[in-house]
Design a protein around this ligand. Sequence first.
Ligand code: FAD
Length: 306
Amino acid sequence: TFDVLVVGGGPAGASAAIYAARKGLATGIVADKFGGQVAETVGIENFISVAKTEGPKLVANLENHVKDYDVDVMENQKAIKLAANGLFDVELENGASLQSKTVLLATGARWREMNVPGEKEYRGKGVAYCPHCDGPLFKGKRVAVIGGGNSGIEAAIDLANIVEHVTVLEFDSKLRADEVLQRKAKSMGNITIITQAQTTQVNGDGTRVNGLTYTDRKTGESHDVVLAGIFVQIGLIPNTEWLKGVVDLTPRGEIIVDARGQTSIPGVFAAGDVTNTPYKQIIIAMGSGATASLGAFDYLIRHSEA
Ligand code: FAD
């Protein structure tokens, strides 16, 4: 039986496991893929105190740091069910089940993709998902933002301060972003908004993105746009399909947590991109992993016999 069972091996889960182990708690970590989204990241320049690193390097550091402690690391294991019966029971896809006094959910999220030719090929080579992370790489260049919801328009406003020009492509006939954001975007001289635009292809020269093709859904005509970067902002999907009806989620599927990282079930905590905490970043995920782990520690000293 674990004191703290962490589900998820991204920055939030790794941080939570280290904090728990340092409290002398019996700690386990179950991860489908250790490293999470960081494993797919090329350059990282906003992990404070490390001026520049790469995803796989940071993942190796995370894993080594976790393995410095007495943490039971269970890799390539997917959790499929969480149940409470005095202890918490986490069922794995392979049929095994793990028992723990507290559970810390850190299963992260995934960006919704456009699913068009070229997107996968040029991921990290001009196709980006995080303006906070990759915006500065496109300083003085032309970029597109796909998606006219709040995150798309926020990204466009953010990028317009850095890049030469931003083209926003929205599938629908109108933007879904808040009025105030739309007004702000329209007031900026270097943002062009195109609605009823369906992106059909990411174009590149074999090494990097050099444009995209979209279809005007009104006329059916196809257009090419020349640019250096494409920010896809059509949604971040939390990995909570297996938790529906178990812990309280927002309408978008994010786990609702309090200031200590506790979910709607006492003893079940959550951290990182999977939660309703605003702003999804490595440094924020690590901070919230530490918070939730200390929350679990507080819970344990109040709820377990000596
Ligand atoms: P994740 O990193 O998503 O990790 C989730 C973990 O849970 C993984 O180990 C996964 O395998 C596991 N998991 C999921 N479901 C299950 C399950 N059912 N059972 C068991 N395990 C499960 N942020 C920055 O700060 N700087 C950057 O430069 C940056 N660049 C990025 C570039 C890209 C391409 C992407 C996609 C993201 C980038 N981010 C960046 C965002 C950052 O990666 C995330 O905010 C951060 O990884 C979130 O950490 P997390 O631990 O909450 O979740």
